[in-house]
Ligand binder design. Sequence first.
Ligand code: URA
Length: 191
Amino acid sequence: MSTATLEKKQLEQLAECICVCVKCPLHTSRTVAVPGDGSTSSKFMIIGEGPGRDEDRTGHPFVGASGKYLDHVLEGSGMDRSDFFITNIVKCRPPNNRVPKAIEILTCTSNYLFKQIELVDPKMIILLGGTAVKKVLGFKSVEEARGRVVESNGRKYMATYHPASRFYREDLAERIEKDFGFIRSELKKCD
Ligand code: URA
């Protein structure tokens, strides 16, 4: 079996494990888990916080209001969700969309997210929102990371605000759209 075929199989097996995972309390309130969309051939990766109501029902990331806005900004900057492997820090919806707890984040990233990153091996990872920025880069806030390429542990990252933040802070829309323009220009350099 070629390395590419083996990695594809491992990513699929990881998704199967995520779908039946009972390692943290979030499994008790989920409808379905949301492993992520994309494949080992995805060049780039997007990491959000965790599934919301629509994702919990469908099993796919960023398909609700935040996802529609994400599609809009991707399209506006000349990109498409099919350019990315899209996933989240936690794979099960936290009750009432609360921020995931430290133990849930630790359990989910150590068992799943970091393995997904290794298997997809993206040229650039886009972090959406504070939860992803804090966990993956160890930064205090999105502000610390946005507007530049951050290199950490041999990987390249860019960050912006979570798309949902635009719904309660109208002023962030302009910054998110500007950040996606910058992200697009950096991703072009990876081709
Ligand atoms: N918010 C996220 O962080 N991820 C999703 O998949 C949907 C909403």
